[in-house]
Design a protein around this ligand. Sequence first.
Ligand SMILES: Cc1cc2nc3c(=O)[nH]c(=O)nc-3n(C[C@H](O)[C@H](O)[C@H](O)COP(=O)(O)OP(=O)(O)OC[C@H]3O[C@@H](n4cnc5c(N)ncnc54)[C@H](O)[C@@H]3O)c2cc1C
Length: 463
Amino acid sequence: VVSAALQADLGRLLGADAVRPGDRPEYLRDALTGPDLSPWADAVALPADREEVAAVVAYCCEHTVPLTVRGGGTGLAGGAVPLEGGVVLSMERVRAVRSLHPLQWRVEVEAGLPTAQLQRIARENGLWFPPDPGAAEQSQIGGNIATDAGGPHSFGFGTTGAFVLGLEAVVPPGELVRFGGPVSKNSTGYGMHRLLVGSEGTLAVITSAWLRLLPAPERQLPLAAFFADARSGCEAVDQLIGSGFEPSVIDFFDEPTVTATAAGMPYRLGGEARFMLVLEALGSAEAAEELRAQMADLLTETGAVLVESPTIPSEVAALWRWRDGVSGVVTSLRGGKVSEDVIVPVEHLVDAIEATARIGREHGLEAMSWGHAGNGNLHSTFLVSSPQIPAAEMAIVREATERLLKEVIALGGSISGEHGIGWLKRDLLPLELDPAVLELERGVKRQFDPAGLLNPGKVLPVG
Ligand SMILES: Cc1cc2nc3c(=O)[nH]c(=O)nc-3n(C[C@H](O)[C@H](O)[C@H](O)COP(=O)(O)OP(=O)(O)OC[C@H]3O[C@@H](n4cnc5c(N)ncnc54)[C@H](O)[C@@H]3O)c2cc1C
C-alpha cells in the first residue's frame, strides 16, 4: 500500500483529522541521539480509543503493513523509531483514567497517559506510584511498561513491571485481549502480562493497565554522602544493605560526574569529597527521620568524609534539582554523550565503575558514570563532540561500548538494566543470551506476530 492510499484508508477508519503524513519529524525519532537510523513511515495514526487501536492493527495485519507503536518518544534505545515504513501508531490520545479505587490502592489507566499525570492523580488521592523514570512529563505509562522503566525508587520498590497487575492489549491480527486483571495476585496460565512488560512494542499494542499503587509516605528525606573514592563509596553501599537498612533510593555519582556538576550542587565540597551517594529514607515523619539519622551514622563510620541531611523543603528540592540536572550538564560538557544503562550484581558495582573509566582511557574517551547504586545499575557514559556524532568518533565509541558490555556480562551483569534493547542493542543480544534462549525469544515473537509486522527491526537481532 503506498503512502497516499494508506493515509486515505486510515482516514476512513479513524477520521481524516486523526491521520498525519509519515514524514512528520516529531513522530520519527525518540530520545536516542547519535546514530542516524534513517527512520521513515508512510503515515501516522492517532487513534482515540482501544477500538480504533484494534482497527489500525487489524488493517495493518490484513494489508501486511509494518506498525510501530509510539508512546511519549522519550526512549533511549531507538525503540519507537520506525525503520521499515508503514504506520506509526501514536498513543497520545488514548489516555483516559478508566477507574480509580483509592481504598484498594488500584487504578486502571489507558496506555497513553503521561507518567507524571498518573503520579499526580495518585498523590491527589493519598496514594503513590513509585516508578519514576526521568522524563515523566512526556513518557507514557504504555511506554514505561513496554520498556519496564525504572528510576531512583526502583531500588526500594522495583521497576514499572512490579506495579502491573494486568494488561489490556491488541494482538495480531487485531484482537483486543486481556492479560491478568484487577486482582492483586494471579496464578492462572503463564502469567503472560509479565511477558508484555519489556516487550518494546514487538508483541502487542498495550491499550490499558491495571496498576498497583501504594499509600503515600508521610515523609521522604534525602541524604547526600561523599567519599574519597568509588571503592569506599561502594563498600559503604554493601555495608548499608548488609546491615538491613531499607532506604528507598541509593544513587551514586563518580568523581568525574561530581566534578562536572559541582557548580550546581547545593554543597561546598572539600578536597576529599569525590564520590557521592544520594539516599532517601521514607515513612512516617518519625520513622523517616530515624532511618536517615541511622544511615548517616553508618555512612560516617564507613568512611564518608561529608554527610548532608537537608530537611527544609527548599534544601530538599535543591538536592533533587541538582540530581535531575546531572544528565543535561554532562551532555553540555562536549555537546553530546553516549550513555549506557548496564547493570551488575551490586557487589560488582565498583568493578563496573572502574571498567568504564579504564575503557574510556584506553579509547581516548572522557568517561564517567552515575546511576542507581542499590541496583548495581550504571549510566556508563562516554563524552562525544556533538549530538550528531562524526562516523570516526562513533566507531571508537562502539568499540568501547562493546568492550564494556562484555565486561559487564563477565561480572554476571546485563546489557540493559532499564532502557531496553530497541534498535540500539539488538545485534548485541547474542553477547548475553544463550542461543537456546534467543531461539525461545524468536519463537515467542513468531507466536504473537507471525508476519513480523509489529515494530520490525527491534529487540531481536536481524537475520
Ligand atoms: C531525560 C530522560 C530521562 C530518562 N530517565 C529514565 C530513567 O530514569 N529510567 C528509565 O528506565 N528510563 C529513563 N528514560 C528513558 C525513557 O523515558 C523510558 O524508557 C520511558 O519509559 C519510555 O516511555 P515513552 O512513552 O516515551 O516510550 P517511547 O519512547 O515512545 O517507546 C519506547 C518503547 O515502547 C514501545 N511502546 C510505547 N508505547 C507502547 C504501547 N502502548 N504498547 C506497546 N509498546 C509500546 C515503543 O514501541 C518502543 O519500543 C529517560 C529518558 C529521558 C529522555
